[in-house]
Write a protein that binds this ligand. Sequence first.
Ligand code: HEC
Length: 146
Amino acid sequence: MKAWTLAATLTTVLAMAAPALAQGDVIAARRDGLKGIARQMEGIKAVVDQRGDPRGSAASIAEMIQFFEGFPARFPAGSGTGDTRALAAIWTDRAGFEAANTNMVTQLRSLQAAAAAGDQAAFGAAFQQTGATCGACHRPYRGPAR
Ligand code: HEC
């Protein structure tokens, strides 16, 4: 096969593979992001458990807020199949999914306020509520582990 034919064939193959690859990337990237969120929550839990200074969690909370502000965009149409636990309800009930996400951002802002105030009791309570807010989205929109 001449070099130019090979190049043309490769281009066609790559163009066909691109959409599938892109969805796989979107799924892998959002899952990596969520693993990072879980690590940040563990870090904050340690501060709560050890009655540490909540002000030290400010940067971590700010990163989580930024992540969730962009979270719905990580679920483009077509990214519900493949190596993912995302349930179809994310797309059939988009408004509900976005509302659950808005609650998450609002809750993280409360946690942020308690951290900034250096108020351990308020911080602990807001942390519990933050965990509950994660669960409030997981129940309707995340399938079981597989
Ligand atoms: C608005 C909905 C929503 C909110 C809020 C939310 N999650 Fe999730 N989470 C999901 C969905 C959907 C998945 C499945 C993603 C996938 O598999 O593509 C998921 C998956 C995960 C995973 C599994 C990642 C993996 O693939 O190993 C972890 C860990 C996680 N979430 C932690 C959290 C934590 C901690 C919070 C709260 C701080 C949170 N999530 C808040 C919807 C949400």
